[in-house]
Ligand binder design. Structure first.
Ligand SMILES: Cc1ncc(COP(=O)(O)O)c(C=O)c1O
Length: 450
């Protein structure tokens, strides 16, 4: 008996034994190919969110899976006690493609930001200067660990976990006067996303970023760009800062870098790198051969497949077609973003989470941010015709004015969850399925209450 093809069984395990911090849609994916995902019943979905901007090369990309399989057969992990060829090569590739001189590897975006925050403080501390304050933006998102959560300018993420790490100041985004006023003698760094992805896909203005850079240079402040979501080709350039013509001192990456294999990176100039001396920072898993082999395959694929050109092409089509929908339907307020990171903001007549469910039922995966924004961040290999398919589906849903209606089935499903059923025991005891262990619940279609 296998858990893999039985959604109700999967959900029973999950609800009883996984910490319930997510609110998943009633679906489990067991296979992917290119821009498509397949669920336990073999249904096909066009993945317009790409694992939240992670699956840069799409699903089951042969270049990536080949590199991972080859590396796994040779050496998965050995520790940073030793030189690691894949780590060295990936660091070189990233530095060569960016402003940076040095790279540090970890396992996630939050960890990359932890490294950036520590580096900025270490930089001044090693120089004997008492500068530790870090200015970040309101509505920013930098991660869930204590440092990155404290850097995040949204109280809702940290309120239950106070006190947060001291030394952070938050200012309104895209407001240069506010940032200038906040700077003081203790300011060590300014840390910004170039597009605030998690709060609704809000891009920074070019003049703002240029003015912030100038301020940092004048006041001897380190500039950190959090490119966890925008880096690795997502916006049509390898790194989003290249759209602004402004290089930071420190940049953080994760998500798309491993194409789905967990990896994070902090890149910096040689000057900023003086903030860490041997022993100041580290990671057990960070930079291991497997994750770095994945990172190398991703970087190589950009050149081989002209991926940046594809991002620009498909992005152009999406912006054009979505803006046409905006003219057609008054409920779309704005279409914004860059490259293949796009937010569609609706007025109060559409509830984004409801529309996400409608799209899901039509075979399209997106994310909903807050009450009113649908975010799309598809694999960078998505084709023009797949993008058009998505816009047509959205058009269809908006034309029936059903978008935003909450679906009662989802609520019903989310209330299920049986503990220690015979079917669950059969899985761990590796027993074949019997009548007793088969799930008795109705299939999702039977419960739909439209
Ligand atoms: C801009 C930004 N920074 C940091 C993070 C945290 O990354 P992770 O979830 O890999 O820790 C995210 C995740 O969404 C992000 O969008």
């Amino acid at each position: 008996m296998s858990i893999e093809n039985d959604l109700h069984l999967i959900s029973d395990f999950d609800k009883n034994y996984c910490l319930q911090v997510f609110a998943p849609l009633p679906v489990a994916f067991v296979k992917g190919k290119g821009s498509y995902l397949y669920d336990t019943d073999g249904n096909k979905y066009l993945d317009m969110i790409g694992g939240i901007a992670v699956n840069s090369l799409g699903h089951a990309n042969p270049k990536l899976t080949g590199a991972i399989a080859r590396q796994a057969k040779e050496l998965i992990h050995c520790s940073n006690y030793y030189y690691i060829p894949q780590r060295s090569e990936l660091a070189y590739r990233l530095c060569r493609a960016s402003f940076a001189d040095k790279a540090f590897f970890c396992n996630s975006g939050a960890e990359a930001n932890e490294a950036a925050i520590k580096l900025a403080r270490g930089y001044f501390s090693h120089k004997g200067e008492d500068k530790y304050e870090i200015i970040t933006a309101e509505k920013s998102f930098h991660g869930r660990t204590y440092g990155s959560m404290s850097a995040t300018g949204q109280e809702k993420f940290s309120k239950p976990f106070n006190p947060i790490v001291p030394g952070f100041k938050y200012v309104p985004y895209n407001d240069f006067d506010a940032i200038k006023t906040a700077v003081g003698p203790k300011t060590a760094a300014i840390m910004l996303e170039l597009i605030q992805g998690e709060s609704g896909v809000n891009p920074a203005d070019e003049e703002y970023i240029k003015a912030v850079k100038k301020l940092c240079t004048e006041k001897n402040i380190l500039l950190i760009f959090d490119e966890v979501q925008t880096g690795i080709g997502r916006t049509g350039k390898m790194f989003c800062y290249q759209n602004y013509g402004v290089a930071p001192d420190i940049m953080t990456l994760a998500k798309g870098l491993g194409g789905g294999v967990p990896i994070g990176a902090m890149l910096c100039t040689d000057e900023a790198a003086t903030g860490f001396q041997v022993g100041d920072h580290g990671s057990t898993f960070g930079g291991n051969p497997l994750a770095c082999a994945a990172g190398i395959a991703v970087m190589e694929y950009f050149g081989e497949a002209n991926l940046l050109d594809n991002v620009t092409l498909v992005s152009g089509v999406l912006f054009e077609k979505l803006n046409k929908l905006k003219s057609k339907y008054g409920c779309i307020k704005t279409v914004r973003g860059m490259g293949l990171l796009i937010g569609i903001e609706f007025d109060e007549t559409v509830i984004a989470s409801g529309l996400r469910e409608e799209l899901f039922r039509a075979g399209f995966l997106v994310s909903a941010i807050g009450r009113s924004v649908i975010r799309i961040a598809p694999p960078l290999v998505i084709t023009k015709s797949q993008a058009i398919q998505f816009v047509r589906a959205l058009d269809g849903l908006l034309s029936t004015r059903n978008g935003g209606r909450p679906n009662p089935f989802f609520k019903a499903f989310n209330n299920l969850g049986r503990k220690e059923t015979p079917a669950m025991k059969a899985i761990v005891e590796q027993k074949p399925a019997t009548e007793e262990t088969k799930p008795a619940l109705p299939a999702p279609e039977d419960s739909e209450l439209d």
